[in-house]
Design a protein around this ligand. Structure first.
Ligand code: COI
Length: 354
């Protein structure tokens, strides 16, 4: 257990706040003034500090640059009407980070150091939390292997850093997606359930090819048969077929989305029929053809709920019903936002108040 009372704080002398246009935020383009850092060496975490946001200098031989031993998280902070800062499910993000760490052979993070680090960071940069509708302060915790060594082995030193970025939604409006039947995002037993850099690197080429055809995202299918849906690049996938909310079950190849869990929890609480089971491409195409596919959407921290307007399968576009007809996903989106902003009861204990 780390003594977190002593986080050293070095404040910036050159705040970028006044030069930041909060009315035109994009996802991930500007960073607030400070970052939280700690180091792992001699089998323990230490050196907890908050410093001005700055570049990292490293040897070209640093392990992470060669073998990708790096993991990250993404979580959001909101400002409530009464001025309180509300973090959404930070402890669940911590648990997931540690699951990723274990799989990538990296050290786990002490909960108190993580929580105190981000709390102090957000307190210091609280003026960076946007008020604009749909906007929030996105926190990006990440850890990387910092040994200067190019043999393939787990690093013995690591850095953990959290920086923050005022953001709007990841997607602007609905997305057109394409069902991927050639490339694979992750296979069973691999690292698909982790938030590790390599998963995203592997998705870039197929995503680029999809973008060239006019689709913003890919719907990944299973690695064995390309028959069952897995997830979408930055989101978990959900369908409303008839009156049932259907989503692929978690596995070693699917990220356990915290927004996914929140949406399923809300829907179940409202008495909606929810099924976590394998969903085949065939089933969705048939449901589209017989008119029972009412909705398809992605869920994710960055994406929140993003409705899918069009699904392309083997060259044919399935055009889904208009956004206004998607009663359940619209309602779930609003309910989740109200909880995040402290406007609705936090029945499930998801809010961490600073
Ligand atoms: C998130 O939803 O926080 C993500 O990690 C998506 C990110 C890769 C942009």
């Amino acid at each position: 257990m780390i003594n977190t009372q002593n986080i050293e704080i070095e404040k910036t002398k050159h705040s970028k706040l006044s030069q930041t246009d909060f009315t035109n935020l994009e996802f991930g383009a500007v960073y607030s003034d400070h970052m939280f850092v700690m180091d792992y060496k001699d089998k323990q975490w230490g050196g907890l500090r908050i410093v001005p946001f700055q570049n990292i200098s490293m040897s070209p031989a640093t392990s992470v640059l060669h073998y990708g031993q790096t993991i990250f998280e993404g979580l959001k902070a909101y400002r409530a009407d009464n001025g309180d800062i509300l973090l959404f499910r930070p402890l669940d993000h911590h648990k997931r980070l540690n699951k990723s760490a274990k799989r990538l052979c990296m050290p786990e993070l002490d909960e108190s150091a993580y929580l105190e680090g981000i709390t102090e960071l957000i307190k210091l940069d609280r003026a960076w939390i946007p008020n604009q509708p749909g906007c929030s302060l996105y926190l990006r915790p990440f850890m990387y292997a910092s040994d200067e060594f190019i043999g393939v082995k787990p690093s013995s030193t690591y850095k953990f850093i959290v920086f923050t970025s005022p953001v709007a939604g990841y997607y602007k409006g609905t997305v057109k997606v394409i069902i991927e039947t050639e490339y694979v995002r992750a296979a069973e037993g691999g690292t698909g359930f982790t938030k590790s850099g390599g998963n995203y690197a592997a998705s870039l080429l197929p995503a680029k090819l999809a973008a060239e055809k006019g689709y913003q995202q890919i719907m990944w299918t299973d690695s064995k048969e390309h028959k069952y849906f897995e997830e979408s690049g930055t989101m978990n996938l959900m369908f409303i077929i008839g009156d049932t909310l259907v989503t692929p079950p978690l596995s070693t190849s699917i990220l356990a989305g915290i927004t996914r869990d929140s949406i399923l929890t809300l829907a179940k609480d409202w008495g909606v029929k929810v099924e976590e089971r394998r969903v085949s491409v065939d089933e969705v195409v048939k449901a589209y053809e017989n008119g029972t596919l009412k909705d398809a959407f992605g869920t994710g921290t960055a994406a929140t709920i993003t409705q899918i307007s069009t699904i392309n399968y083997k060259g044919t576009d399935l055009v889904l019903p208009g956004e206004e007809t998607r009663e359940l996903s619209n309602k779930l989106n609003k309910a989740l936002n109200d909880i995040k902003l402290g406007k609705a009861e936090d029945k499930f204990g998801w809010i961490y108040r600073i």
